[in-house]
Design a protein around this ligand. Sequence first.
Ligand SMILES: NC(=O)c1ccc[n+]([C@@H]2O[C@H](COP(=O)([O-])OP(=O)(O)OC[C@H]3O[C@@H](n4cnc5c(N)ncnc54)[C@H](O)[C@@H]3O)[C@@H](O)[C@H]2O)c1
Length: 324
Amino acid sequence: MTTTPKIALVGTGKMGSLHARVLAQSARCELVQVVEPREDQGREVAGRFGVDWAPDFGDLAGIDAVVVAAATPAHYEIAGRVLDLGKPLLVEKPLATTYAQSEDLVQRSAASGTPLMCGLLERFNPAVRTAREFVGEVWQINGLRHSPFVSRIPTGVATDLLIHDVDLAIGFAGSELSGAKGEFGYFHPTSKDNRAEDSAEAVLRFASGAVATISASRISQRKVRQLSLLEPERLIEIDLLRRDITIYKHIDDDMPSDRDGYAQQTVIEIPTIRYSEEPLAAQLGHFLDIVAGTADADVERDSILPAHSVVHEVGVSAQAQPVV
Ligand SMILES: NC(=O)c1ccc[n+]([C@@H]2O[C@H](COP(=O)([O-])OP(=O)(O)OC[C@H]3O[C@@H](n4cnc5c(N)ncnc54)[C@H](O)[C@@H]3O)[C@@H](O)[C@H]2O)c1
């Protein structure tokens, strides 16, 4: 595609409003329409960026590509229709509510050759992009993604939050996944009724022997986003919220004879973060590369299901346990 692609944005809630700003700011595409069933909300976002609002996207005439940021339960139907119309699409994570639906969308995208990308946004976190340049053999991965409760999000924490770190762990492990299991917790008064888990603990094992343990919670008192990668000679801690990296190397420990206590020598390195672009803008840039044919749509499509599959496997293993 040589002309500036015209984009429709579907869904203008919290995440959709952010996408609208990034799309409107981009010099590489043109946001021409926002689609939102809630008229007041849709008109407000459309007005902010001087574009058209519609309650539905119809046949997408005049649109080159679509960004879907609607509520997760609507993804499958919307993405299916966009694929049927043959338009490249970026769908917020998770791709769909169930793994079977996600698989179906990926298969339909592959069969028609229509580019499909999923908004696994942490891939574009500047600290993750920087770490990817120097992380080597990884033995142990620990992820922590905890947030306070948000009543707006109806889906469980596994597909909403856990999926990000599962996706990062798969990327950093650099080895075939050999198994996954987990446990879910249900605590909030609304969660037990709609079977939406509040906490998810996952253990992933890789063919290399590497093990990842990932904890996600949506009922915490504090927002934490941390990923630790243990290599043979160093520990790399990524703070995904602050977007910084700290590398630790243990030197020695001792019980000093002249005083009580314990002395430990650790060298700490704080590498420069080599990227400054907002993750959502970097993600859009990659999507536009795919739309333009300068990035590999097949590689991108193939990268969607592994994290979804692990989250599904973790869910199956957790559901096998009695819910108390
Ligand atoms: N990548 C990330 O880090 C990240 C962060 C937050 C949310 N998300 C994802 O973004 C999506 C939206 O989340 P949110 O927090 O903005 O939710 P939200 O509730 O604020 O907004 C969802 C919007 O979708 C609209 N909608 C519902 N059905 C629709 C349909 N059929 N067509 C068009 N619009 C429809 C709703 O009216 C609402 O405005 C979810 O899939 C969520 O998982 C991703």
